[in-house]
Design a protein around this ligand. Structure first.
Ligand SMILES: *[C@@H]1O[C@H](CO)[C@@H](O)[C@H](O)[C@H]1NC(C)=O
Length: 216
């Protein structure tokens, strides 16, 4: 590598570093809702994360009938392309997924669509910056229970916009895998955001919660 090229690489890295660290500083102003506003905390976590662990009841030997947890990209609404840190936008609260029947967990869902999704602020910079261990309830995390349903028409269009804006690579996924759009149909929300044990939120309260404090 020539000295000139090396120098310009160092300069470029320096610029990238300073632009990403200033966007981090800006994003710290995005605050998690107060821990007693449990439905808002749940909506906040569900919007901030780009992926979730989904547990299904396995249909595969040698763990037929046993819990099986796997990683899926999710999105509950479109986002503006942004740097690292917490998002300022709000979502719908409905986790959308892009799935193929070739996938091991999706094969479980075809037999039994019931599943649970775990999402944690440990998946953002939040817990590390605050010094919260992922298992600490202060590192807010939620478990959604319900089932996975295919969506069509306008809702599939919305799912596509939500997912592809966060996961642009999806546009390139092989078309012969017959991808389709799904939503996670929530029947109960379980929230760990403070000491004292898990709290539950009904889907009604979860969807009514507004993500951001009203501006005065
Ligand atoms: C979807 O979730 C709602 C609760 O939010 C529940 O009443 C309904 O039965 C679920 N639908 C399916 C098909 O699981």
């Amino acid at each position: 590598m020539s000295a000139l090229l090396r120098a310009s690489c160092v300069l470029l890295l320096g610029l990238l570093w300073s632009s990403s660290s200033s966007s981090c500083r800006d994003r710290v102003r995005v605050r998690i809702p107060p821990h007693d506003q449990v439905a808002r905390v749940a909506r906040f976590v569900a919007h901030q994360v780009d992926w979730a662990s989904m547990a299904t009841v396995s249909t595969h030997e040698p763990v037929v009938g046993r819990p099986f947890s796997n990683v899926f990209s999710v999105s509950d609404g479109p986002v503006e392309p942004s740097g690292t840190g917490l998002l300022e936008s709000s979502g719908t609260g409905v986790p959308y997924m892009y799935l193929t029947r070739m996938e091991i967990s999706v094969q479980d869902l075809q037999v039994n669509p019931e599943a649970s999704l775990s999402m944690s602020l440990a998946q953002t910079d939040f817990c590390r910056l605050q010094g919260f261990d992922p298992q600490s309830p202060l590192c807010a995390h939620i478990i959604l229970t319900g089932s996975v349903l295919e969506v069509k028409g306008l809702e599939a269009e919305f799912a596509k916009k939500s997912l592809f804006s966060r996961h642009p690579e999806m546009m390139e996924w092989p078309s012969d895998h017959n991808w389709f759009f799904c939503k996670f149909n929530i029947t109960q929300v379980w929230v760990l955001d403070y000491f004292g044990g898990v709290k539950t939120v009904s889907p009604e309260d979860y969807f009514l919660a507004s993500l951001h404090r009203k501006h005065h």
